[in-house]
Ligand binder design. Structure first.
Ligand code: ADP
Length: 508
């Protein structure tokens, strides 16, 4: 028997605010979908609970139907009915909770950014647990994600275990410690949690304000295992400089805290089948990649006089985390070095948007640089395929997926050594890592010198005669970035957690 056949089948429930493609804002949505699919493939029973947003992509949900019985959940001293819908997303069973609450929590035309997000998601967390209880489910693992569903951990241990929903261990994943959902302590009472008990330094009290509670801290304290999205980021957030105020909490809980690198959805991101591309191509057919480069240059009215002129791509949210000043510098430096640059970036920060609009205007008719300041899924695929190099100069990066997508499309990453970038991109000149896994260009100091050093080395390598660049591209395209390996690590973590619980139960 193979190991996987002897492994116990686990019942895993994800409770989250996002899941790609039906409700996606960023990386969180990709992880919930990608990890769930991979765990299902390994034979586990995986179910997901999401809010029923009005803006959910209904056309991507199969067999959507409402359950006959409404689930009643507590909030602000009252019971509210929730209509529960069930459907299939990417082959996975998903429950959608539609609260019948006068505040119309998920009827806002957007996923987040509402003044009452704390209420919306604490309500949702409680309703999700109520659904599990009333449906008589006996999951082995309840996995909650980010501050939106961090409430699940204290709600489970303080309330639901006593109501009889007690089969599970709780796993919490933080996808970005910048967002912790901190709010005035009194707000916690709405979902039925005991403010007096929880607003304490060793529980949910925020580490820098005694009258505020921190849902992420609560989930760290109350979960059986806590993960984040890369090993390097897990180290960084345990330092005063990188922990966004939670380093002491993470250090005190370090035994249950681990970083697991995300994978990417290799079905969606596959240049051999990607219908957004002008020509599909694989590692053994780089002419196809060259055709995509040619087509995109034409489409964006860039010069295509020189086929071997290196094209640098960058696809990102334009926010401080991503190193916007370094992105700006990279555009100018690339053009100085004789390359071409395409930026696809969207910003929610108005001064950054304005600054990049003026750079976009500056390069409006330029033969070697183009800035597109929008969110454009189709164009993103074309840029991965067309570019020779891909730059990510992040100040911090919990995991990052664009470096992995870039490599799969044969675009060599140039990245700052931080977080998940440090765990997935290894410098071609770094003698300390095996030659086999060297795949890009990295720099450490987040300044213009740093960017220059990596960018210039990338250009030198690209210009070299011979086949070294092509070999690098081909090796990267053949690397396995699928969820398979990461899902195995989560599987192991779940199993350990479940085994520990069983051992404890038998001992008592
Ligand atoms: P984050 O979640 O911090 O935004 P990630 O690297 O984890 O960063 O994920 C970014 C994802 O969003 C990638 O799939 C990338 O292709 C996509 N993306 C980012 N900006 C844009 C944009 N302007 N247009 C299209 N896709 C974008």
């Amino acid at each position: 028997l193979t190991a996987s056949m002897t492994r116990p089948r686990l019942h895993i429930i994800h409770i989250a605010a996002e899941m790609a493609p039906v409700a996606k804002v960023g990386g969180l949505g990709d992880v919930v979908a990608g990890l769930s699919k991979a765990l299902q493939k390994k034979g586990h029973l995986v179910e997901i609970i999401l809010p029923k947003y009005d803006c959910v992509q209904h056309d991507r949900i199969g067999d959507l139907r409402a359950l006959d019985v409404a689930v009643e959940s507590y909030f602000d001293g009252h019971l509210f009915k929730n209509k529960v819908w069930v459907g299939t997303v990417e082959g996975l069973p998903v429950y959608f909770i539609e609260p019948h609450h006068p505040a119309k929590f998920f009827w806002r035309g957007q996923f987040y950014g509402e003044h009452d997000d704390f209420k919306r998601f604490s309500f949702f967390s409680r309703a999700a647990l109520e659904l599990l209880l009333q449906a008589g489910k006996k999951p082995d693992i309840i996995h909650c994600h980010d501050w939106h569903t961090a409430f699940v951990a204290p709600l489970y241990w303080d309330i639901y275990v006593h109501k009889g929903l007690d089969s599970a261990r709780i796993c919490f994943t933080c996808h970005n410690f910048e967002f912790q959902g901190i709010a005035s302590a009194s707000e916690l009472a709405s979902c039925g949690l005991d403010v007096h008990q929880l607003n304490k330094p060793d529980r949910m009290q925020d580490n820098s304000a005694h009258d505020r509670v921190n849902p992420v801290k609560g989930a760290i304290v109350f979960s059986n295992s806590v993960t984040t999205v890369s090993p390097t980021y897990a180290q960084e957030v345990r330092t005063a400089g990188g922990g966004h105020g939670l380093h002491a909490t993470l250090n005190s809980q370090s035994r249950k805290f681990v970083g697991i690198l995300n994978g990417i959805d290799t079905d969606t991101w596959d240049p051999r089948t990607d219908t957004f591309l002008t020509v599909q191509y694989g590692a053994d057919d780089l002419l196809g990649k060259a055709e995509n480069k040619e087509a995109l240059r034409k489409y964006l009215k860039l010069s295509s006089a020189e086929a071997r002129q290196p094209l640098v791509g960058c696809i990102t949210r334009l926010v401080p985390q991503k190193g916007v000043h370094l992105i700006r510098h990279a555009i100018y430096r690339t053009v100085e070095l004789g390359g071409q640059f395409i930026l696809l970036g969207s910003s929610s920060v108005s001064h950054i948007q304005r600054e990049f609009e003026s750079i976009a205007n500056h390069f409006q008719n330029h033969p070697h640089a183009r800035l597109i300041l929008e969110y454009d899924e189709a164009l993103s695929h074309s840029i991965y395929a067309a570019s020779d190099m891909f730059i990510i100069p992040s100040i911090f990066e919990p995991c990052g997926i664009t470096q992995m997508i870039a490599m799969r499309y044969g675009s060599v990453p140039i990245v700052r050594k931080t977080g998940g970038l440090n765990d997935s991109v290894f410098d071609v000149d770094d003698d300390e890592v095996p030659l086999m896994i060297r795949n890009g260009f990295t720099f450490l100091t987040p300044d213009e010198q740093g960017v220059n050093s990596a960018l210039e080395r990338a250009f030198e390598n690209y210009m070299k005669t011979g086949e070294t660049w092509q070999q690098l591209v081909q090796k990267n395209m053949k690397t396995d970035f699928s969820w398979d390996l990461s899902a195995s690590q989560y599987e192991e973590l779940y199993e350990k957690s479940v085994t520990r619980a069983r051992a404890r139960r038998t001992a008592h």
